[in-house]
Design a protein around this ligand. Structure first.
Ligand SMILES: Cc1cc2nc3c(=O)[nH]c(=O)nc-3n(C[C@H](O)[C@H](O)[C@H](O)COP(=O)(O)O)c2cc1C
Length: 182
């Protein structure tokens, strides 16, 4: 520590009595349910096959170069298509597109038939992008990180489309709309 400068410290009490160790799966799920997340359909295409699933685990990683991360179950059809093609698209949904989020997380998710129910096109890659989505990010896979049941895909963003709409949110089992806090 530099002489004459005050230590940057303060006493923080431990709440050992409230803490479950090791962290249980139930506590983990309870904590995760409180996270309000935007909702996207992650899509991919390979050869004639296309697929998509509803996802809330994604975020931006770097602006230079523009890099985006998605986290997908290894067993999902889309993960297989991304592994095969090296490309994916992230379609950030508007609040009025909640029915699309339901379809792409239901029994029909991963099937091509779902893409005939709304307007889809493509940007640079063949991965489908949704008409009127809040934002569509067309990505090339930069790297894949193994993370237990899921893979993290880091994608270099190659093309973007945006629309001025309110984003769809998901929290505690429900799709929700943005509300001003004050
Ligand atoms: C709100 C919501 C968010 C989800 N987020 C993810 C996600 O980030 N990653 C993922 O792999 N699955 C996620 N899922 C689950 C998939 O959408 C779902 O399991 C889908 O049916 C998988 O498609 P498959 O048939 O190709 O396996 C989410 C589901 C819902 C309802």
């Amino acid at each position: 520590m530099t002489r004459g400068r005050k230590a940057n410290s303060i006493e923080i009490p431990k709440r050992s009595a409230d803490v479950d160790t090791p962290a249980s799966g139930t506590d983990f799920k309870r904590a995760l349910r409180q996270i309000a997340s935007p909702v996207a359909i992650v899509t991919a295409a390979n050869g004639g096959d296309i697929g998509g699933l509803t996802a809330t685990t994604f975020c931006s990683v770097s602006s230079d170069p523009p890099t985006f991360l998605v986290c997908l179950n290894k067993g999902s059809a889309v993960a297989g298509l991304i592994d095969a093609s090296g490309q994916f698209a992230v379609n950030l949904l508007a609040d009025e597109q909640h029915a699309i989020a339901r379809s792409f997380s239901g029994p029909e998710s991963g099937t091509a038939a779902l893409f005939s129910k709304s307007g889809w096109s493509s940007l640079l890659s063949d991965a489908p992008v949704l008409d009127d989505a809040v934002a569509c990010l067309d990505c090339d896979v930069e790297s894949r990180v193994d993370a237990g049941s899921h893979n993290l895909y880091l994608g270099r963003v190659r093309a973007i489309s945006t629309a001025e709409r309110d984003v769809l949110l998901y929290r505690d089992g429900l799709f929700r709309r943005l509300q001003p806090a004050g």
